[in-house]
Design a protein around this ligand. Structure first.
Ligand code: BTN
Length: 219
């Protein structure tokens, strides 16, 4: 079941507070205190999709949620949508969306934020519209967002069933860092692969390193 809210502080926070069953979801028209990765905020004006889904936790969940959002959004976008480990959705024109997975006890939540229309909320961001895409027009925001929200959940349900190696074969096709020179806090190297635990494997001058979290950019 999908619950729709005009405005909420954070769909992730609200979903934890409600203790909803697995595969229930919350979608908000705007968030006033949207959460981003690494303690950052996520600007969430009207015009985006802000959605949280209750899921079963696994180490590949952020990657599975990113690929689900990518696959559901791609048919609406003329630019190719790629992924940047661990969970950014990117177009040539900038960052289109991000994923924040959070865990509280038994409950895991996949939070998905997509910039769809209006001004890009921050520098370096883009929107579906700016990338030459759009969702079909509809009488109101819920009717407009429902097919996309439903498609993301349906795709995520398929992807969580895949064993890690099979999932990663799909993921790899869209991961933009692989084979590229990359830099992160404390190192540089060439991104080689994503492991079955979700780590990014990087070849450095001293050997191989496995990155489990953090910010990695093209060098
Ligand atoms: C990132 O920093 O790239 C991840 C951003 C994730 C934002 C989404 S919007 C829906 C859900 N609720 C939140 O408060 N954050 C996530």
């Amino acid at each position: 079941m999908i619950y729709w809210l005009e405005s909420v502080d954070s769909t992730n926070r609200c979903l934890f507070a409600r203790r909803l069953p697995r595969w229930d979801a919350l979608v908000a028209r705007e968030q006033t205190e949207g959460r981003g990765r690494r303690g950052r905020s996520w600007e969430s004006p009207v015009g985006g999709l802000y959605m949280s889904v209750v899921v079963e936790n696994d180490s590949l969940l952020p990657l599975r949620a990113g690929l689900a959002a990518r696959d559901a959004l791609q048919p609406h976008c003329s630019e190719r949508i790629g992924l940047k480990w661990p969970n950014d959705l990117l177009c040539v024109s900038g960052k289109l969306g991000g994923i924040l997975c959070e865990i509280d006890g038994e409950l895991a939540v996949a939070g998905i934020g997509l910039n769809l229309a209006g001004e890009p909320p921050i520098e370096g961001a883009t929107t579906l519209e700016a990338a030459g895409g759009s969702l079909p027009p509809a009488a109101d925001w819920q009717v407009r967002l429902e097919p996309l929200a439903t498609a993301i959940i349906a795709r995520l349900r398929e992807l969580v069933r895949l064993p890690a190696p099979e999932f990663l074969a799909h993921y790899r096709v869209h991961e933009q860092l692989l084979g590229q020179p990359v830099a992160w806090e404390g190192g540089r190297g060439t991104a080689l692969a994503v492991g079955t635990d979700g780590a990014l494997e990087v070849r450095t001058a001293d050997g191989t390193e496995r990155l489990h979290a953090g910010e990695v950019s093209l060098a």
